[in-house]
Design a protein around this ligand. Structure first.
Ligand code: BG6
Length: 470
């Protein structure tokens, strides 16, 4: 839609940036931290592991000072469960509490709002060995972990995020390292994990409201609108299928307290449906989010699929789009979209579409907790990084977010990925996202010096002008 007059970003819009603990902190076994599944998972030997990462653990003051210089109004980071409770349950590690308390204080010193993710892919390894999310004990352990966070840090935090990209942990659990590949029926097991996470999430949201009435809390899935490949009505049904299974399944439980009917029909038919008790349904009704946070990188495109299909993904076997499923949808590349050097589709207009869909469907305020471009950056001999491609990417996405605001969508913050360079989940250090360059290579840690990229100066201006000039 075009308008005669366009809206501006609201006053107090939370411009910021994001990171996650295991990708940025390093110090994987320091000061009493226990191991998480990200510390113990096997990594491809061509890329770095997460043990040192960007060494934010030792550089956090310098890093947050740089965020403040950029003008950040918010910093979204995650807490490593294993820094707080090294074994997942039981003894609390005071040093862990102290570290996050310091991070929060450092943010508050500069007037930066801390936006805290409770869990970002780094399940305590001890809990994983005891069955991970496949057993209800982990769900109970997460709730207890939440109680400890609210008790020790709750007075200083106004925005909590429960679980980062729960939907990606279910749909791509093996790649992320959170699937139980030994289960007799891996997919059924994943959907049982999903259910236990949803129960834990609702309990934690209720607890947050009870223990920290000043604070707001919400889920943080990865959401992407799904297009039909063509106007063939069968392709449209395929797109609805993927939307239900990829996106709405997760948010419908969080917001409406019930499973999405299309997703549930699919789960039952395929024998993947979790056990859902009456008590669980009560829990879903009692703990609701105040807002929706979501990560957006691109849209998905789906075509009709029947049980007879032999191939349901791209013929080159590339895995950078959804995986496709016989009788549900075929995953296809969108012919209208360009791709990054890592083969991820780029779709700023789809960002507007996704914002509109989420807001129309749930009517809750939205904060974007990830969006950004992973690229091969180059540090020049005079210590500059000319990342105009990142500026172009973010400019296009912020412009479309502004249009979504004109469409009536209530967006209250934008925290792109990533505030500073960190280790990519799948591609090591070579795939960089930050506004700040961290000088290390895949295996040579160097001095870990920080350098401001061109995008740093550009984003600083965007924030100064509250998005009026991009
Ligand atoms: C999101 C995750 O899925 O995408 C981040 O929340 C991740 O942890 C980001 O790093 C980008 O993915 P990748 O694979 O390029 O690091």
């Amino acid at each position: 839609m075009e308008y005669y007059e366009y809206a501006s970003f609201p006053e107090n819009f939370l411009w910021g940036g994001s990171t996650s603990a295991y990708q940025v902190e390093g110090a994987y076994n320091e000061d009493g931290k226990g191991l998480s599944v990200q510390d113990t998972k096997e990594v491809n030997t061509e890329i770095t592991d997460f043990k040192v990462a960007s060494d934010h653990y030792h550089h956090y003051k310098e890093d947050i000072a740089l965020f403040a210089e950029m003008g950040f109004k918010a910093y979204r980071f995650s807490i490593a469960w294993t820094r707080i409770i090294p074994n997942g349950t039981g003894e609390i590690n005071e040093k862990g509490i102290e570290f996050y308390s310091n991070i929060i204080d450092e943010c508050l010193k500069y007037g930066i709002e801390p936006i805290v993710t409770m869990y970002h892919f780094d399940l305590p390894d001890v809990l994983n060995k005891l069955g991970g999310w496949s057993v209800p004990e982990t769900s109970a352990a997460f709730v207890e972990y939440g109680r400890i966070l609210f008790e020790h840090l709750g007075d200083k935090v106004n925005y909590w995020l429960t679980i980062n990209e729960q939907n990606m942990m279910i749909l791509h659990g093996s790649a992320i390292g959170t699937a139980n590949d030994k289960a007799s029926n891996v997919k059924k097991d994943l959907y049982q994990q999903n259910h236990y996470m949803l129960v834990a999430q609702s309990k934690v949201m209720k607890m947050c409201h009870d223990m920290c009435p000043h604070a707001k809390i919400g889920p943080a899935p990865n959401i992407s609108e799904v297009y039909p490949e063509t106007a063939d009505p069968k392709d449209f049904i395929a797109a609805q299928n993927l939307n239900a299974i990829r996106n709405w399944l997760y948010l419908d439980v969080a917001v409406y307290g019930r499973y999405n009917p299309i997703a549930l029909a699919y789960l039952k038919d395929r024998g993947y449906a979790p056990e859902i008790t009456e008590e669980d349904l009560e829990v879903f009704k009692s703990g609701k989010p105040d807002f929706i946070a979501f990560n957006y990188y691109n849209t998905s495109t789906a075509a009709h699929s029947s049980f007879k299909d032999k191939v349901v993904g791209p013929e080159d076997g590339d895995q950078q789009i959804e995986l496709g499923e016989k009788g549900v949808y075929k995953a296809v590349y969108n012919q209208y979209l360009e791709r990054t050097n890592f083969n991820w589709e780029i779709d700023p207009v789809g960002f507007r579409a996704t914002l509109r869909s989420v807001y129309e469907r749930y009517g809750l305020p939205i904060i974007i907790t990830e969006n950004g471009l992973g690229e091969f950056d180059e540090l020049t001999s005079d210590k500059k990084v000319h990342d105009q491609y990142r500026i172009d990417y973010l400019k296009a996405h912020i412009s479309e977010m502004k249009l979504a605001i004109s469409d009536g969508v209530d967006v209250f913050g934008f925290c792109p990925w990533s505030a500073i360079d960190l280790i990519s989940t799948h591609s090591g250090v070579k795939k960089r996202y930050g506004f700040i360059y961290v000088d290390r290579d895949e295996f040579n840690l160097k001095e870990m010096n920080r350098y401001k990229k061109d995008s740093f100066y550009w984003y600083k201006q965007v924030i100064e002008m509250n998005g009026k000039v991009l």
